[in-house]
Write a protein that binds this ligand. Structure first.
Ligand code: BTN
Length: 327
């Protein structure tokens, strides 16, 4: 459990209770005076939490600030590594860029950087990731596994599966995985992942897992010309607004669990789940690698995350990068 101080524990108690929590109970459970409780409530209100004082009963949390906050995300978060430190920003160029810099400066494993908006969100292959404010999740996680650089791409399995699980847990939607790291719903892209690494010849220093999920974005608010792939969001597909705090907490928890499995048992179990959820296993695909294009049937992925495509002459091509589309 993360230590997010008295403020975090107050939020946690509000969340776990079913309504009003008395000042006396807060004081007892937190081990601080009633005056201190009142001061913390005042501070939380100043930070944007709407806390009602119910006469002679106590306090009730009506709403959290619109922006994701470190307190909301970390209070009571039961993770081992992911979320060991959480930094929430109003706007930045790219959370991957911030997390990378923090990691270079020694940020602890599990550090998470989240922004409400990105002015230069990075997508794969040098593309831009649209990152408007107030609606989606833009998050980057620093991991420091003791693995060889070649194995680092295996970590993509983790973030893809974690996002798929979080979507299933917070909505009634059925996400599909498309190699290498897209998540689709009804054939449209809802999330994208971008891992960046700092390594020496023999060992990885750190990896930044960048995760972007379209949660409450209304597609009509985005000019068609800005969308490279058919894109969608959870609200468009499910018809209901997604609680950004709940979704992010779920995602960090799933990621933590999968990372633990990865460290204990290697990439096998996570890759197996990736394959099970994959939208392209056994399907015919067209692979585009710059000028080069070919079609074939997807056999699976190897332990380094490369796509295995059987060509018409029976040979199997190992695809390390490129765009893949169902034929
Ligand atoms: C893709 O092109 O599919 C990958 C998109 C990755 C976007 C996320 S949003 C959070 C993190 N910060 C970035 O600048 N990019 C990643």
């Amino acid at each position: 459990m993360k230590d997010s101080g008295v403020d975090g524990r107050i939020i946690e108690l509000f969340r776990s209770g079913d309504g009003v929590v008395s000042g006396a109970a807060l004081s007892r459970l937190l081990g601080v005076s009633r005056t201190a409780v009142w001061k913390h409530v005042k501070g939380l209100r100043a930070a944007g939490y709407l806390i009602e004082a119910v006469p002679s009963k106590g306090y009730r949390l009506l709403s959290s600030p619109k922006l994701l906050t470190q307190l909301d995300l970390s209070s009571g978060l039961a993770t081992r590594r992911v979320g060991s430190r959480i930094v929430c920003l109003k706007e930045t160029e790219s959370t991957n860029q911030v997390a990378f810099k923090m990691a270079e400066e020694g940020a602890v494993e599990g550090t998470v950087v989240i922004a409400d908006a990105q002015s230069a969100g990075k997508g794969r292959l040098g593309r831009v990731w649209l990152s408007p404010a107030g609606v989606n999740l833009y998050c980057s996680v620093v991991l420091r596994p003791s693995i060889a650089p070649m194995a680092a791409c295996q970590l993509t399995f983790l973030s893809v599966v974690a996002v798929a699980r979080a979507i299933e847990s917070c909505t009634s939607l059925k996400p599909q995985i498309k190699w290498p790291n897209d998540i689709l719903i009804n054939g449209r892209k809802v999330a994208g992942l971008l891992n960046e690494m700092n390594a020496e010849t023999e060992k990885v220093n750190f990896v930044v897992l960048g995760i972007g999920v379209n949660l409450n974005l209304r597609m009509s608010s985005i000019a068609e010309s800005l969308l490279r792939h058919p894109a969608t969001s959870l609200i468009e597909e499910g018809g209901e607004e997604v609680d950004r705090v709940a979704f992010t907490r779920r995602l960090l928890t799933e990621l933590d669990e999968l990372y633990d499995v990865f460290l204990q048992e290697g990439e096998g179990p996570v890759r197996a789940e990736w394959l099970e959820r994959s939208a392209i296993r056994g399907r015919s695909v067209k692979v585009s690698q710059g000028e080069r294009e070919f079609t074939g049937e997807v056999q699976g992925v190897d332990s380094f995350g490369a796509l295995l495509v059987r060509l018409s002459d029976g040979s199997v091509e190992t695809v390390l990068s490129g765009d893949v589309a169902l034929v």
